[in-house]
Design a protein around this ligand. Structure first.
Ligand SMILES: [Zn+2]
Length: 271
């Protein structure tokens, strides 16, 4: 599933190629992908032609194309979504659900499992009101994270996956962050000390920045906007490394289901 670093990698590339481009037409091959916002698929198709992209923003795992009208098209890649930038003569892949035609080039949303979504945000609306703190912003401090966790008894793994606490983290980067911070994923969120919370914030920053530098993690579906896989899977320390053992102490990596999600951790190094 694309998490924050994968969405940011797509955003950084599209920011290079999309700014100032004018839309010729919009095609909804599966109108059911429009799940958020105030406009229907037909209204989006009528509204966008002739307009120009002013900026690309990201909040958590959501991507926003800002138009010269100061309205936003929201895109979420769900479990298996790919957002590809392709010359218009490239044959359409199966599961292509949405196309923005910029004249010569297409932005295409391809999503076999259809958990992705498209939406519309009007001028002045908050982009995603329910989302938690943005982990790469200055707002994610140890003090702020501790404030959000201190009354919680749920496992820290589940709390970090909760998008209304911290936005953008998924299974891979939560496991990696907890390993770096030396914290067991089944610890109650409220039990983390001040020192542990500081370590965790530093770990989240480091894990996400490293993943963006390596253009995301590709285990199955994720590719960037040019269809290229990321390289961060070669740099993960704990997630999916069950065969090689803990990179610090070499003991076997534990795989445990915590509130329905698989966690990878080292019982010797994480406390
Ligand atoms: Zn270990």
């Amino acid at each position: 599933m694309p998490e924050l670093p994968e969405v940011e990698t797509v955003r950084l590339f599209l920011n290079e190629v999309l700014l100032g481009r004018r839309v010729e037409r919009v095609l909804h091959l599966d109108p059911r992908m429009v799940k958020n916002g105030r406009l229907s698929p037909d209204e989006i198709s009528c509204r966008l032609p002739g307009h120009v992209i002013k900026s690309l923003k990201r909040r958590g795992k959501f991507l926003f194309l800002e138009w010269d009208t100061r309205e936003y098209l929201l895109l979420h890649l769900g479990m298996s979504g790919r957002l590809l930038w392709l010359p218009e003569d490239v044959p359409w892949a199966i599961h292509t659900h949405f196309v923005v035609d910029f004249g010569g080039y297409h932005l295409r949303l391809i999503d076999p499992r259809r958990f992705g979504r498209i939406g519309w945000v009007e001028k002045g609306d908050k982009l995603v009101p329910h989302l938690g703190v943005e982990p790469l912003s200055r707002k994610l401090t140890a003090h702020e994270l501790r404030r959000r966790l201190k009354t919680r008894i749920a496992p820290i793994k589940s709390l970090l996956l909760n998008q209304s606490i911290v936005a953008g983290l998924g299974n891979i980067y939560v496991d990696e962050s907890l390993f770096r911070a030396k914290i067991r994923p089944d610890r109650p969120g409220g039990s983390l000390t001040e020192e542990e919370t500081k370590r965790l914030v530093r770990a989240i920053h480091a894990v996400l920045k490293q993943a963006i530098e390596h253009r995301g993690t590709s285990f199955s579906d994720y590719v960037d906007a040019l269809g290229q896989p990321g390289k961060n899977q070669d740099y993960l320390k704990i997630y999916g490394r069950n065969l090689s053992g803990c990179p610090v102490c070499a003991k076997p990596i534990v795989i445990q289901v915590i509130q329905g999600r698989t966690a990878h951790f080292c019982e010797h190094c994480q406390h």
